[in-house]
Design a protein around this ligand. Structure first.
Ligand SMILES: *Cc1c(COP(=O)(O)O)cnc(C)c1O
Length: 426
């Protein structure tokens, strides 16, 4: 497959088609059979009419599908549709969100280059940048999500990449994409934004100056918790240049089946995001009124420290992830917990476990981006491998609960949480 994927046929769509239209229509033209729903091309390779044509295709003289490690029609439909939603020239699909970050750094950087990254990004992102790429001589500095002066101070002559994720997990801290893009560009670096929490339905980072957008398609793009998927969006010169070359060599490819699932997921992305964010807003407002709740973390609440920035940056929407912390449990401490936790922390843990264990609807799982509401205790799951000091420095207490709000009726969700909150110290 030649690197110039743009030459493959395009669908005849109006040039000014809006995001909702592109979400259901962008892709490739139908085959000769005229299928209405996008076809699943579950094939590893593609046939050529004769040897000379095969030779021309391998020499990049003729545009065609060759082998599904570098591209496949179903995968390409997902890539084109996601790029259309993000407003980028191109996108390249990967087997997971982590492999999108792997592809970004493998394709963009070399030994001796330096990355400045928010310390509040997804835990595996920190591991990948610091431990894995550290082994290959890539340097990194981790800085505050919200304090721009820390980013500025971290810049070195060899800084090539800024990496941010907003809002952060589980504290929902919001960073200023436009300010980070300007700072990165002034330093001769690129800015990549992990847009997993907002998706292009709420936030398009390249419109605010970011160069690359990372997706875990596993989350809202699929939207129903079925498959792992990822993508890297950006300018054609990078996506179909160095990133495509790295994909050919390294093979972190998305399976056509998974591509088909997320492709169809994109069709309902904007209405799911709107409905789940509306549910999350109501839930956050309700949680703020509950006597057992200490603090609510949600960018859609006026009490959130970056509320105004979030509303500007996220299309006026808080997103669908709400975190909150509970007040400590009274009475005997019976909750199981590591020996190094002091009594105050154990009381918070006991209260959080009580609320989680009294839900009947919410699924106890650390995933997010599902139509089902998911509930998790970050301190003992996603952030369980940190020391208590590291967790507290990051603001994640034993009393914190994260909810990835789904599509259930808001009254049912409130009742589900009230069962534990109302009986905390009874
Ligand atoms: C889940 C997640 C990832 C990793 O995605 P996978 O598809 O699980 O590899 C990266 N970033 C964020 C913000 C995530 O939530």
């Amino acid at each position: 497959m030649s690197s110039d994927k743009k030459k493959l046929p395009r669908k005849d769509l109006p040039g000014d088609a809006r995001i909702e239209t592109l979400a259901v229509r962008e892709g490739l033209p139908a085959t000769q059979w005229g299928e209405n729903s996008e076809a699943l091309f579950l094939t590893s390779s593609f046939n050529h009419p004769d040897a000379a044509t095969a030779a021309a295709r391998f020499a990049n003289e003729e545009e065609a599908f060759v082998y599904s490690r570098f591209t496949n029609p179903t995968t390409m439909m997902f890539e084109r549709r996601l790029a259309a939603l993000e407003g980028t020239e191109a996108a390249i699909a990967t087997s997971s969100g982590m492999s999108a970050i792997l592809l970004l750094i493998m394709g963009l950087l070399k030994a001796g280059d330096h990355v400045v990254c928010s310390q509040s990004v997804f835990g595996s992102t920190i591991t990948l940048i610091q431990r894995e790429f550290g082994k290959f001589g890539i340097e990194s500095t981790f800085v505050s999500q919200t304090d721009l002066s820390e980013w500025q101070a971290a810049i070195r002559p060899n800084t090539k990449l800024f990496f941010a994720e907003t809002p952060s997990n589980p504290l929902t801290e919001v960073c200023d994409i436009r300010a980070l893009a300007d700072m990165a560009h002034a330093a001769g670096a690129h800015l990549a934004v992990d847009n997993c929490f907002c998706t292009p339905a709420l936030q398009q980072p390249t419109k605010m100056g970011a160069d690359f957008v990372i997706h875990s398609g596993t989350k809202y793009l699929d939207g129903q918790g079925r498959v792992l998927a990822g993508a890297l969006c950006g300018p054609d010169s990078f996506v179909n240049g160095p990133f495509m070359a790295t994909m050919r060599g390294a093979g972190m490819s998305l399976s056509p089946f998974n591509a088909w699932v997320v492709l169809k997921g994109l069709e309902t992305l904007s209405i799911r995001m709107a409905a789940q964010s509306a549910n999350a807003t109501k839930l956050a407002q309700w949680l703020e009124q509950q006597p057992g709740v200490d603090k609510v973390y949600y960018p859609g609440l006026p009490s959130h420290p970056q509320h105004e920035l979030a509303m500007r940056q996220q299309n006026g929407c808080g997103g669908a992830v709400v975190s909150f912390s509970v007040k400590p449990a009274a009475g005997d401490v019976t909750v199981p917990g590591p020996a190094n936790l002091d009594e105050a922390s154990l009381r918070l843990r006991q209260a959080a476990f009580h609320v989680i264990d009294h839900t009947r609807l919410c699924s106890i799982t650390s995933n997010l981006g599902d139509t089902k509401t998911l509930i998790t205790h970050p301190a003992s799951t996603s952030h369980g491998r940190l020391t208590e000091e590291q967790r507290l420095a990051a603001g994640i207490t034993q009393g914190m609960i994260r909810i990835a709000v789904g599509l259930e009726h808001i009254d049912d969700l409130q009742a589900d949480l009230a069962r534990g909150l109302d009986t905390l110290n009874v």
